[in-house]
Write a new protein. Structure first.
Length: 72
C-alpha cells in the first residue's frame, strides 16, 4: 500500500524508493510527509507526521506502516 501511495498520488520515482534510502533522498520533504500522513489516514493508518518523520529510511517507514496495519 505504501508504495502505491508514494508512486501514485505523491508521484514519487519508484527507483528512489529503495529500502535503504533516506526519506529525504527518496523525495519526502516535510510537505510530502504531511500529504502522506493524510493519505495513510484515508486508508485507516493514522500515524501522525511526527512518527513518519522520525523514521530514517524508506524501509523503516514501510515497516512502520506494516506494523500499524497488523495491529489494527
Amino acid at each position: 500500500m505504501l508504495k502505491t501511495i508514494l508512486t501514485g498520488p505523491l508521484q514519487m520515482d519508484e527507483e528512489a524508493l529503495r529500502p535503504e534510502a533516506s526519506l529525504e533522498d527518496a523525495g519526502l520533504d516535510s510537505l510530502a510527509i504531511a500529504e502522506l500522513d493524510l493519505l495513510l489516514a484515508e486508508h485507516g493508518v493514522a500515524l501522525g507526521e511526527d512518527r513518519i518523520a522520525a523514521v530514517t529510511t524508506v524501509g523503516a517507514l514501510d515497516q512502520l506502516v506494516d506494523e500499524h496495519m497488523a495491529g489494527r
